[in-house]
Ligand binder design. Structure first.
Ligand SMILES: [Zn+2]
Length: 79
């Protein structure tokens, strides 16, 4: 398995950590949704059909950004 830069070496790399609770990801969530806490974000990720329609595009954009940033770090670690 390729080596990766782990921003949080003491934290298990769960799906929720990767997508939302990692401080690197949480910066984005909290800047776009300052009124939502982690529990609300996680609920929205697990049940996107229950999200308010006006929040859905932002959820998708943040997930895409976080995913891209995660893999950019992973590939950078391989070079
Ligand atoms: Zn992290």
């Amino acid at each position: 398995m390729a080596s990766r830069i782990n921003a949080c070496p003491d934290t298990p790399e769960t799906d929720l950590h990767l997508i939302a609770s990692c401080p690197l990801a949480w910066q984005k969530w909290s800047s776009v949704f300052p009124a939502k806490n982690l529990e609300e974000i996680a609920r929205g990720l697990l049940s996107p059909s229950n999200l308010p329609v006006e929040d859905r595009l932002s959820f998708a954009e943040i997930m895409s950004d976080v995913w891209a940033a995660y893999w950019a770090r992973s590939f950078a670690a391989d070079t």
